[in-house]
Write a protein that binds this ligand. Structure first.
Ligand code: F0G
Length: 460
């Protein structure tokens, strides 16, 4: 097989600041073993997130210059609207400053006490916005999606039987909408099949429940459909995306992912009365409906990015570069979620560090060791992020202890990725010496952002 090369040339570069292990040891201690508290300039390879961290293309930068900054009815808005409509086919397109702003507007209008929102897996900001509106979020991921080492093509699918059962149990009138996340970020960046979307949509139609898509990584999902689902092999990504959105009544999107933008998002839907309510709330929280919290230049960057992300050479390289890390990890016997997903590699910290119990946070410990070893920054997705306390203050751990290494789009080259694999392998070789962590400071909500840790001194 021929090497799949990066489908771009580099026009502008940003220096990496190198540190040695001794310096990183101090940086880690000063940051209380929390990667969120490390300064970006002290990181060598930053895999904290793929959100807002993309490299924009020369076309997007040209669009930034062309941005029309008129308050109302700017040219940039109409280009943005056309780009979103050509993909989603939605009638009403509402720009927002990022994904969670779309969620805040949608769920504060659709949600209230006693309402349920069903998903394959809600992303944390989505769940938080649902709960903030007084409603409850319910995840109904398919069985394969819950087994980290099982290789299956569409581990992001919603459990269709459970969906129908849940609708009957809670009552269709109490479910304002069902929302499917593509790809399923919290579940390993795993894709959802077209058949699953089609059937979930049909179930919703049967019970007259609107069906939405959290479309942050729609293009990566469509590429997996093309590669893995019968009947889509020869279709273009745009045609696949058109079909995917044709089953939906609306969508939310963070343009910080599959639109290569550093900021931005939107809300789109077909229901006029819902759109009017959303626009009214948009005006008091985000801005006038033709800019919605964004500058004209941002709207341009998104409009162009949405087209670029559907280019097959790009998606082939994108998905291959994630798979490539997976192959290196597999060869070294390192446990991770299989198969690799669309935007990140998720290390299985429970299996990587079996000697560290959940209450000593193996995911966090692994994260800090990757930084110490090679200045690689990832994020814990485990008991620091999702753990809860029982009445006796003992930890109720998260079901999985993961470390997500999210790959920014078009930012790192193959040698950066080789380096990341080497760092992981080095840490794996000395895994038995790694100590757990204890929390010395935390906040009641979203503690992972600000918590402070110390190394556990004695291990029994
Ligand atoms: N939905 C999904 C599936 C996401 O992954 C994110 C953000 C959002 C909604 C919210 O979008 O950040 O623009 O407000 N995910 C980022 C991440 C933060 O690191 O995975 P936002």
């Amino acid at each position: 097989m021929q090497t799949i090369i990066e489908p771009f040339k580099i026009k502008s570069v940003e220096p990496i600041h190198f540190t040695n292990k001794e310096q990183r040891n101090k940086i880690l201690k000063d940051a209380f073993y929390n990667p969120f508290l490390i300064k970006a300039r002290d990181v060598i390879i930053d895999l904290l997130t793929d959100s807002g961290t993309s490299a924009m293309s020369s076309e997007q930068w040209a669009g930034v210059m062309r941005g029309d900054e008129s308050y109302a009815g700017s040219d940039s808005f109409f280009r943005f609207e056309e780009a979103v409509r050509s993909i989603t086919g939605m009638k009403f397109i509402i720009p927002t400053h990022q994904g969670r702003a779309s969620e805040k507007i949608l769920f504060s209008i659709a949600g209230s006490k006693g309402k349920y929102f069903i998903s394959n897996t809600l992303f944390d900001t989505t769940r938080a916005n649902i709960e903030f509106a007084g409603s409850e979020g319910i995840d109904l991921l398919c069985a394969e999606g819950k087994q980290p080492s099982l290789v299956a093509p569409f581990k992001g699918n919603i459990d269709l039987d459970a969906l129908e059962k849940c609708i009957l149990e809670k009552g269709a009138e109490n479910i304002p909408l069902v929302i499917i996340t593509v790809t399923n970020n919290s579940g390993g960046g795993q894709p959802v099949s077209m058949a699953n979307i089609r059937e979930a949509s049909a179930i919703c139609k049967k019970y007259k429940i609107p069906f939405f898509i959290d479309a942050c990584r729609f293009a990566e999902n469509c590429y997996f459909i093309k590669k893995r689902e019968k009947g889509f092999e020869t279709k273009t990504i745009e045609a696949i995306a058109n079909e995917l959105f044709s089953y939906a009544d609306g969508c939310t999107m963070s343009a910080k992912k599959d639109a290569f933008a550093n900021i931005g998002g939107f809300l789109a839907m077909n229901d006029e009365s819902l759109a009017m309510k959303c626009r009214n709330l948009l005006i008091i929280t985000e801005g006038f409906p033709t800019y919605g919290g964004l500058a004209g230049r941002d709207l341009e960057a998104i409009a162009i990015g949405l087209k670029e992300v559907m280019e097959e050479n790009y998606l082939k390289y994108r998905i291959r570069s994630i798979e490539y890390i997976g192959e290196k990890l597999e060869a070294a016997g390192i446990p991770f979620i299989k198969p690799t997903g669309g935007h990140a590699v998720y290390l299985d910290a429970k299996a990587f560090l079996p000697h560290i119990p959940a209450h000593e946070y193996p995911g966090q410990a692994l994260c800090t060791q990757l930084f110490l070893e090679g200045g690689v920054r990832g994020v814990e997705i485990g008991s620091v992020m999702f753990g809860k306390y029982a009445a006796d203050h003992s930890l109720i751990p998260a079901p999985l202890e993961l470390v997500r290494l999210a790959i920014p789009r078009r930012v790192y080259t193959q040698s950066h990725i080789d380096y990341v694999a080497e760092v992981i392998i080095q840490v794996f070789k000395r895994r038995e010496e790694i100590k757990g962590l204890k929390i010395v400071y935390e906040t009641p909500l979203l503690r992972h952002f600000t918590a402070k840790f110390e190394e556990v001194k004695y291990h029994i």
